[in-house]
Structures are given as structure tokens and as C-alpha cells.
Design a protein around this ligand. Structure first.
Ligand code: HEC
Length: 151
């Protein structure tokens, strides 16, 4: 549990925050007509920050699994998905609601030491649920999330 709360984790978090947003495609169009708002520094929403924390968490889980270790800790409160404020313009759509609880259960299942499903399979299925939601809700980070899959 402590290992995720140490400084390294936060350094990691900072490096990744803001790298990839949902507006990848739109940004190109906007470049031609700069507006005042764009001069304001990018402030990730509570949800975007949480998503980045989930990304970093899963990156560490992936590394553990690849080393043959069994991950046991979940430093993030997944219920944040139900409460966090999203970037302006995003909301909890029907597609979001359809997958969010499935995702939460699959992410928890990664740590289920009593499961008889193979660890790698449980891990990949939780990442596939990230992708399932992203397919409609936020396509920008898909290539980045795909890299979390264990081959
Ligand atoms: C239920 C839907 C859903 C699930 C599940 C989900 N995401 Fe997201 N994700 C979103 C939405 C919506 C946003 C945009 C958040 C915002 O800024 O409002 C987002 C944003 C992101 C971002 C970009 C954050 C930024 O800096 O703008 C990353 C990276 C990300 N998600 C990774 C993940 C990973 C990794 C998982 C699985 C561990 C995951 N997501 C699971 C819907 C989801």
C-alpha cells in the first residue's frame, strides 16, 4: 500500500498528467483560430487527474505481473469515478453508465487472490473495460491505454 503513496508515485503522476487529453482531434482544428481561452494553462479536471492516476496504477500492476509478482494493493478509491467532476462539456452518458460499474468490478478482480481466472487475463479484461468506455467517451488516450495490455 505504501509503495504507491511514496514520492515516486507522485513524480510518475506528474509526468503523465496532461500528456494526453480527449481533445486530440479537435485541437488541430482550433489551432487555426486561436482564442483567448487557449492561453490559460491546461488545468486537468478532477476526473482527468483520476484517470491519469489509474493509468499510472495499472502501469505498475502490469510491471508487477510481468515480473511474476501478485499485485495486492489498490491505493485509489474507485468510487471517485462516480463523484469526480469532469472537464467542461463531458458528462456521464448512457455509454459511461453502462460500463463504469463493470470496469470497477473488473479492476477490483485483478486483486482477487481467490479467483480461478488467470491473473493476466483478469488484468487485461480490466484494461479492455477502460477501452470499452473510451471507445465512445474519450477516444484520445486509446493508443496510450492499449499499451497497458499485456501481450
Ligand atoms: C466509464 C468510462 C471510463 C472508463 C472505465 C475509463 N475511462 Fe478514462 N476517461 C473517461 C472520460 C470520460 C475521460 C475524460 C475525463 C474528463 O476530462 O472529463 C477520460 C480520460 C482519460 C485520460 C485522459 C486524462 C487527461 O489527462 O485528460 C486517460 C489517460 C484515461 N482516461 C485513462 C483511462 C484508463 C487507464 C482507464 C482504465 C484503468 C480508464 N481511463 C477507464 C472515461 C473512462
Amino acid at each position: 500500500m505504501e509503495s504507491f503513496l511514496n514520492n515516486k508515485f507522485y513524480v510518475f503522476l506528474f509526468v503523465f498528467i496532461g500528456f494526453i487529453g480527449c481533445k486530440n482531434e479537435e485541437e488541430k482544428v482550433e489551432e487555426t483560430k486561436p482564442e483567448k481561452e487557449e492561453l490559460i494553462m491546461y488545468q486537468p479536471s478532477e476526473m482527468a487527474s483520476f484517470m491519469n492516476a489509474m493509468y499510472v496504477y495499472n502501469l505498475q500492476i502490469k510491471a508487477q505481473i510481468e515480473k511474476g509478482e501478485v499485485p495486492v494493493s489498490m491505493p485509489l478509491d474507485l468510487m471517485t469515478l462516480h463523484s469526480a467532476e469532469m472537464t467542461k462539456g463531458n458528462k456521464r452518458t448512457a455509454a459511461w453508465n453502462n460500463v463504469v460499474d463493470v470496469f470497477i468490478e473488473s479492476q477490483k478482480a485483478v486483486l482477487d487472490t481467490l479467483s480461478n481466472i488467470e491473473l493476466k487475463e483478469r488484468y487485461n479484461s480490466s484494461i479492455n473495460n477502460c477501452l470499452q468506455c473510451h471507445k465512445t467517451e474519450c477516444t484520445g488516450p486509446i493508443p496510450k491505454i492499449k499499451k497497458l495490455l499485456i501481450k
